[in-house]
Write a protein that binds this ligand. Structure first.
Ligand code: ACO
Length: 311
């Protein structure tokens, strides 16, 4: 059994914080932030639950399925609204979903971890799964620290996934973690993010390249056959460096970070849905999702795109 994508949706808070807004309170500049990261503005606000609910609702509407037919909800997040219960409990109630629900924390690789988990559960017999990535990183960002405050934002994205007979759309995947690197980005309970940006930059490029290559190898696909790369949206220079090393043209990458900043688990679905909405995908196209995050985690997944309406 395999997986088929039936619907998708995203959610962003209304409040826009531009680099020029940050210039007023931090020793930074729009020029520095754009040149060093590619980010121009980010959205701030709402709770993780609210963003997850809004993205999930849109995905269910797009899929045109009844919420009660969902057998499992997976919410990838590093910023749950409470320690307990899981934020997915709120989402489950608000959307009147069926089945079970749990949160998953694999930092910015969370959505890929969720996709691979969902695929395995569909293969094991689940019929329909709602996969959401949602974050309110603004709540754990130190707004007086220019090293991190310019990077992060809030948002959510969701997919409705259904079991199909045969191979399905997920062709290959790779997940990994190097716990010895866990101190490079951390936020203690009740505290703000602390990060060694330079070290993460180097490791991020290496991890995305290695994981992508492993995934392509498993699927017996060459890099130049990939139509669209949907990378974790942390820094445009990380994305371009990874594309160059993989031998994939930079303009094949889906980019939203200029408008969203780094939204961790939400960044890959936000970029994927943006590419779908822009008509960048046609039936049969190969799409490579690849991310890295605190932990340090990494994950890649190769999907063969298929319009939900096509056979
Ligand atoms: N504005 C102006 N100057 C700044 C700013 C800022 N916002 N931030 C740092 N600087 C300064 C530094 O203090 C440093 O000054 P110095 O040379 O006098 O010491 C100078 O700019 C260069 O600093 P670097 O750290 O070398 O800058 P770099 O080019 O590496 O960019 C950045 C920093 C953007 C953080 C980059 O390293 C990066 O993107 N790293 C990856 C971070 C990341 O992806 N984090 C998320 C991980 S995923 C997750 O799980 C959430």
């Amino acid at each position: 059994m395999g997986m088929r994508i039936l619907g998708w949706g995203t959610a962003l808070p209304d409040k826009i914080v531009t680099n020029h807004d940050l210039e007023k309170t931090l020793d930074t500049s729009d020029k520095w932030i754009v040149e060093r990261t590619g980010i121009r503005e980010r959205r701030i606000g709402d709770s993780t639950g609210e963003l997850a609910i809004a993205a999930g609702r849109r995905a269910l509407q797009r899929a045109n399925v009844d919420a009660s037919s969902i057998e499992l909800t997976i919410l990838a997040t590093t910023t749950p609204d409470q320690t307990v219960p899981a934020t997915s409990a709120h989402v489950h109630e608000a959307l009147a979903l069926g089945g079970g629900a749990f949160d998953l924390n694999a930092a910015c690789s969370g959505f890929v971890y969720g996709l691979v988990t969902a695929n395995a559960l569909l293969d094991a017999g689940a019929k329909r799964i709602l996969l959401i990535g949602a974050e309110t990183l603004s709540r754990i960002t130190d707004w007086s620290d220019r090293n991190t405050a310019v990077l992060f934002g809030d948002g959510g994205g969701a997919l409705v996934l259904e079991r199909v007979a045969g191979e399905g759309q997920l062709l290959a995947s790779d997940l990994g973690i190097d716990g010895t690197a866990r101190s490079f980005l951390q936020s203690d309970i009740g505290a703000k993010i602390k990060m060694d940006g330079r070290e993460i930059f180097k490791r991020a490029v290496r991890a995305m390249v290695k994981s992508s290559e492993q995934t392509l190898k498993s699927a017996k696909v060459r890099a130049n056959e990939v139509k669209l790369v949907v990378p974790h949206q942390a820094n445009i220079r990380i994305i371009h460096a990874a594309c160059d090393r993989l031998g994939i043209a930079q303009d094949r990458a889906a980019i939203v970070l200029d408008r969203t900043g780094n939204t961790s688990s939400a960044s890959i679905p936000l970029a994927l849905v943006d590419a779908i909405d822009k008509g960048r995908l046609a039936d049969g196209d190969l799409v490579l999702l690849t991310g890295f995050g605190a932990g340090m985690t990494w994950g890649s997944a190769l999907i063969r795109w298929q319009e939900p309406t096509s056979k």
